[in-house]
Design a protein around this ligand. Structure first.
Ligand code: SF4
Length: 310
């Protein structure tokens, strides 16, 4: 999979306390529309399978339709949009996006009910709009991948979030580790689950879902934290993502994340998963240290869970 990825706005209509971009702190947009167009043009003939738009919240971009029309002119075969899904409550808006090449929504869903979701996103009424947005996307025939960031507030209802996704006909569930940068840096102490908390809540959900054939992936986790489900890691080396973020171009997003945002510690020496694992987020290791991590042993990894990626 070869994807061109663009951060199209710093601004958002939600205020997640763990936002990696720090959108709740943004008062104005640093993204220039002409930079987006230039990036599209510069990469038009390089064989990208898809174009991924993210923010901030791409659906509040005033010139979104124009941007999609330009992408179509330059031959990008399909577009995916990462969104909180609130604006998708408008079915007419969804249809316009479909007409302009949108084939997948990656929708943030961080709670199984309005109490948890609206608290985490600091958006009263947001949960209901997101759910309506997911229904509209599915009704329009657009694929939906849900992304859930695991936090202390939602970890106890992770199973219910996933069951809700199944009920809504979501095509793919991605569960992400909290990356403590942007607003997330301030969420680390209270909202980032420990290794033990993550395993306690995540593994039973995977035990339930993976066996039922649902498409489920994991993002940003040290592999020892999710073993024996390390094969569900979305960073499996088969994808190539060139990303533009606030004017800078990252030619290989996964390599950048491994090299610049994560690190290895003493427990990683001799770990059976070292060659596949990107390590631990720098800020997490800095704040909580390495005591809760342990090198994965080969015999703990069996039976291997098959790769579940699309
Ligand atoms: S390399 Fe380090 S962080 Fe990664 S799985 Fe092994 S012990 Fe965990």
């Amino acid at each position: 999979m070869k994807q061109l990825s663009m951060h199209v706005t710093d601004l958002c209509n939600e205020k997640c306390g763990f936002c990696v971009v720090g959108s709740p702190l943004a008062k104005s947009d640093s993204v220039q529309y002409n930079e987006l167009i230039n990036f599209l043009i510069a990469n038009a003939d390089e064989g990208f399978d898809s174009l991924n738009l993210h923010g901030g919240e791409p659906t509040i971009l005033p010139r979104l339709m124009e941007l999609l029309e330009t992408a179509s002119v330059f031959g990008y075969p399909e577009v995916q949009i990462q969104t909180n899904g609130r604006r998708l409550k408008d079915r007419g808006f969804v249809d316009k996006l479909k007409e302009r090449g949108v084939r997948l929504f990656v929708i943030s869903l961080h709670g199984a009910d309005s109490h948890v979701q609206d608290c985490l996103t600091q958006t009263p009424g947001g949960f209901a709009e997101t759910i309506e947005g997911i229904r509209n996307a599915k009704a329009a025939g657009i694929q939906v991948r849900v992304n859930t960031v695991i936090t202390r507030m939602n970890m106890g209802q992770l199973g219910n979030i996933c069951r809700l996704c199944v009920e809504l006909g979501v095509d793919h569930i991605n569960i992400s580790n909290l990356h403590p940068v942007g607003s997330g840096y301030f969420a680390l102490d209270m909202q980032a689950p420990t290794v033990r908390e993550t395993r306690t809540h995540l593994l039973p959900v995977l035990d339930e879902l993976v066996g039922q054939g649902h498409k489920i992936t994991l993002e940003g986790f040290p592999l020892c934290v999710v073993a024996p489900y390390q094969r569900l890691a979305i960073e499996d080396g088969t994808r190539f993502i060139r990303m533009m973020y606030q004017g800078a171009v990252y030619d290989n997003y996964d390599e950048f994340m491994d090299d610049q945002t994560r690190e290895y510690g003493a427990p990683c020496d001799g770990c059976a998963l070292r060659s596949e694992c990107g390590g631990v987020y720098l800020e997490y290791a800095e704040r909580r240290g390495w005591d809760e991590f342990a090198a994965a042993k080969q015999d703990l990894l069996e039976p291997a869970v098959p790769n579940n990626l699309p």
